[in-house]
Design a protein around this ligand. Structure first.
Ligand SMILES: Cc1ncc(COP(=O)(O)O)c(C=O)c1O
Length: 328
């Protein structure tokens, strides 16, 4: 008989899928690492599982304990609740009120207690969802705060799993890796692993207009772009998280909301890849990189972090697209 002992044993080992119709430069082999094949539907299942296992090993998390995390776009919350409930922990997830009702309902369906916080509270504000999570973890006996923004096991997960999988799946022939940064865990862990294997591999990524990462990589300065709010969930940041080490990242390329949303819709309809805007951003970053440097005959891997299911009321809604002023 062949079966998994637990759904959490199915985390990782996601496939690479070739991008055909939407690769304008077909002499490059472009492969998407499709993370929606994880049981919770995103790359965040990987870090959730590993961060909880390591907390148990250190004794930070004990039987009967409570796992607390904030979830910016929903994916980490879903990964954490899956990993923690399957091990018998109480789970509290704090969420900004911009998250859709489907995400909140999914978290509750999986057994989380969800606390909604104002999106308008920035990360220093005590009402911010990460601040609320940290405070509750201090106040509740036996509670442990996952803290993906500062937990070194977040990038370490990608150093131990995502990076090695990409290396093995491409027989070490990867030339260019394209990854977006939210917490920066994926880009940090993957770039560390791949550059250790072969320092000539280029690691690049997309960055939305409201993010500090691109300017930080170019100038070392953290400047929050004023008056811009990007709708590209999951990537971009208004500060440099503790886990984000961009020292092995070669270049970030700016991506605009409208072009990203249009590309997400095309990926669903033309490639059958029903993925979220951060995945479409990776494909656009690749296209912009080729336009800039005339890259030929390279093997390129794009990280596709999550599923389009999370965005039915956003990018996949014609009404939402029109409301943003985006052409459908
Ligand atoms: C949809 C999506 N894409 C990309 C990312 C970025 O991953 P990381 O936090 O590892 O930088 C996230 C993180 O929340 C995400 O939810």
């Amino acid at each position: 008989m062949q079966y998994a002992e637990s759904v959490m044993d199915l985390v990782g080992h996601t496939p690479l899928v070739k991008i055909s119709k939407l690769n304008p430069y077909p002499d490059n082999l472009v492969l998407a690492k499709v993370e929606y094949f994880n049981p919770g539907g995103s790359i965040k299942d990987r870090i959730s599982k590993y961060m909880i296992e390591q907390a148990e090993k250190r004794g930070d998390l004990r039987p009967g304990g409570t796992v607390i995390e904030g979830t910016g776009a929903g994916n980490t919350g879903i990964g954490v609740v899956l990993a923690a409930r399957s091990r018998g922990y109480r789970v509290i997830i704090t969420s900004p009120d911009k998250n859709s009702q489907e995400i909140i309902d999914t978290l509750r369906a999986l057994g989380a207690e969800v606390i909604i916080c104002p999106t308008s509270a920035d990360h220093h504000d005590p009402a911010n969802y990460t601040q609320v999570a940290a405070r509750m973890a201090r106040e509740i006996p036996g509670a442990w705060y996952v803290d993906q923004y500062n937990n070194p096991d977040n990038p370490q997960t990608h150093f131990l799993t995502t990076g090695p999988e990409i290396w093995e799946q491409t027989d070490g022939e990867i030339d260019i890796m394209v990854v977006g940064a939210g917490t920066g865990g994926s880009i940090t862990g993957i770039s560390r692993f791949l550059k250790d294997k072969n320092p000539d591999i280029m690691v690049i990524g997309p960055d939305p207009a409201d993010s500090v990462y691109l300017n930080y990589l170019a100038s070392g300065q953290v400047v929050v772009p004023e008056g811009v709010v990007s709708q590209i969930d999951g990537i971009g940041q208004s500060f440099i998280p503790g886990v984000a080490d961009l020292s092995q990242v070669d270049e970030l390329l700016p991506v605009g909301d409208e072009e990203v949303m249009q590309m997400a819709r095309r990926l669903a309809r033309e490639e059958g890849l029903f993925v979220g805007p951060s995945s479409a951003s990776a494909l656009l970053a690749y296209i912009k990189y080729v336009e800039k440097y005339a890259i030929h005959e390279k093997t390129v891997v794009l990280l596709f972090p999550d599923s389009g299911n999370r965005y039915l009321t956003k990018v996949f809604s014609d009404a939402w697209m029109s409301k943003q002023g985006f052409t459908i």
